[in-house]
Design a protein around this ligand. Structure first.
Ligand SMILES: [Zn+2]
Length: 303
């Protein structure tokens, strides 16, 4: 179960409350312990999302050839953010805050985690171990991105790392619950074998950068957080808000405009790496969409 939990209890999930929506697909009611009235109310509106959605999205992406095509890494943002971070470090303009350092150290621990030593290692177990290490880096990164505790420049860097490692969202361990986030499907790529070597090629550079970043928060140093440029982009498509009301139970719903009900955009997405607003074509700008950073950022196409 821990494998599907990429966010902390203090993260955005706790802000998202399940509510009845027409677009929720119902399969089996979630089982939630507790006989109280509040629990009964809860059960009435909690449903597990079917796998069907993933299949529909994949079907839109072409024939069977797409299944074997290696998924490219989206590294443009990562290249930019790493370069920016290195420049800021070289100029002494970024010294991590305590919370940023905690996130950097957590990601660093995943980046430098050794592969497990197995008595009987086969090519298959070795490949799985290598992918699992990359998947853990991704999940730890998304956890700290969505927890909302890091500074904007740290969030920008974590978001870039997460986007680059997106092929490991469901590999080797796919999300257990059908309603858990499926960024790979949303992005339009089939869940084929991830490009392990390309992912591992990122590790030395990321390790060096996160080591240097973490070193800036030595005791006695005063944090210094550089400003970041807000960004804006247009997105044609849907945003999905995921909630985990109980262990192993996920709900997912499509975000709709509070005024016109539109769900497909084109949305004007504005983000300063602290808050993100969604502008609907009808003119309404929403801050209360309930989406986590990853739920927005990881579905946007690379620009
Ligand atoms: Zn609208």
């Amino acid at each position: 179960m821990a494998q599907v939990n990429t966010r902390g209890s203090h993260g955005a999930l706790s802000r998202c409350q399940p509510r009845p929506r027409m677009d929720q697909e119902r399969s089996r009611p979630a089982r939630i312990a507790g006989p109280g009235k509040a629990d009964l109310f809860h059960v009435a509106y909690v449903f597990v999302f079917k796998v069907r959605e993933g299949g529909c999205m994949a079907d839109m992406q072409g024939g069977p050839a797409a299944a074997s095509r290696p998924r490219p890494l989206l590294t443009r943002a990562l290249t930019l953010e790493c370069r920016r971070a290195r420049q800021l470090l070289a100029a002494g303009e970024w010294r991590l805050s305590l919370t940023d350092a905690e996130a950097a150290l957590a990601v660093l621990a995943r980046l430098t985690a050794p592969l497990p030593a197995r008595r009987r290692s086969t090519a298959r177990t070795r490949a799985t171990d290598r992918d699992r290490r990359l998947q853990r880096i991704l999940r730890t990164t998304v956890h700290h991105l969505d927890a909302g505790a890091v500074s904007p420049p740290a969030a920008a860097l974590l978001a870039a790392v997460a986007r680059a490692l997106l092929p490991w969202h469901a590999a080797p361990n796919p999300p257990v619950a059908a309603a858990a986030p499926r960024y790979g499907s949303v992005q339009g790529a089939r869940e084929g074998a991830p490009p392990t070597e390309a992912g591992e090629a990122l590790l030395p550079g990321l390790t060096a950068l996160f080591t240097a970043l973490a070193a800036t928060s030595a005791p006695g140093t005063v944090p210094l957080t550089p400003p970041v440029q807000p960004w804006q982009t247009r997105y044609v498509g849907r945003f999905r808000r995921h909630t985990r009301p109980a262990t192993g139970v996920w709900t997912a719903e499509t975000v709709g405009c509070q005024e016109c009900g539109g769900k497909d955009g084109p949305w004007t997405v504005t983000c300063d790496w602290r808050r993100t607003t969604l502008g609907c074509p009808c003119g309404v700008v929403s801050r209360e969409h309930g989406l986590c950073l990853s739920e927005i950022w990881l579905v946007l196409p690379e620009t």
